[in-house]
Each structure stands twice: as C-alpha cells, then as structure tokens.
Design a protein around this ligand. Sequence first.
Ligand code: 5GP
Length: 120
Amino acid sequence: MAYDDSNIFARILRGEIPCKKLYEDDYALAFPDIHPQAPTHVLVVPKGRYVSLADFGATASPEEITGFFRAVSHVAKQLGVEESGYRLICNAGPDSHQEVPHFHAHILGGRALGHLLAPG
Ligand code: 5GP
C-alpha cells in the first residue's frame, strides 16, 4: 500500500491539524488519542512516511527504528505508567481495524487493562 500524505497523522505532523504535543524529537511525536480507551491513551507516531509496522520494519533506517522505540519507552516513563504497567498496541491491517494508515503505537494504561483481547 502506498503512503497517503492526506492521512490524519501526516496532517498532524505537518501542523495542519492541532494536537497536544506530549513529546517530540527527530524521530517521533506523541499526543493523546482523541477517543481515549483508558485513563492514559497516547499515540506515538514516527516522523517518517510509513504505512504500517511491516513498512516501517522493512524500510525505515536503523536510526529511525531505534529512535522511534526509544521515544515510545521514554513517553511511557514520562506518562508515569512504567511502574503500574501499560499496553503497547500497533494495529496492522483490516483484522486489527487499523484506521489511520501511518504507522503508530498506542500506549494504554492508568487502570488494570484486563485480558489482551476484548470480545469481538
Ligand atoms: P488505529 O485504529 O489506526 O490503530 O488508531 C487510530 C487512532 O487515532 C484512534 O484511536 C483514533 O481515536 C485516533 N485519532 C483519529 N483521528 C485523530 C485526531 O485527529 N487526533 C487524535 N489525537 N487522535 C485521532
């Protein structure tokens, strides 16, 4: 799938749509999910144009991959959920209901999250 520059996270990265920036560096931007599913629900998106984890893993540079995952762990610590725990979700493809075709990680926490999958 080709990258679509009109996706919502591309527009947020370009500053065309506002977000509450929680963290930003050369590799990633973190901001709260607009429809939070837990007391803490933050999205971390890489700065590069990657559709999915498959695309990111296959084509991003080692620096981008390291930088992105360092940013994710940094944000989890910044959010104060490292000790209490959190869940990292990267939806990929139709079965996951990935809505936004720009690779991203959800950090969810702030309460006991229960079993991995809710009933479909
Ligand atoms: P996905 O299903 O693709 O893994 O998750 C996309 C997430 O982006 C959803 O949880 C949705 O609530 C969130 N989202 C969609 N549009 C916006 C937006 O304009 N701003 C923010 N902050 N989050 C958004």
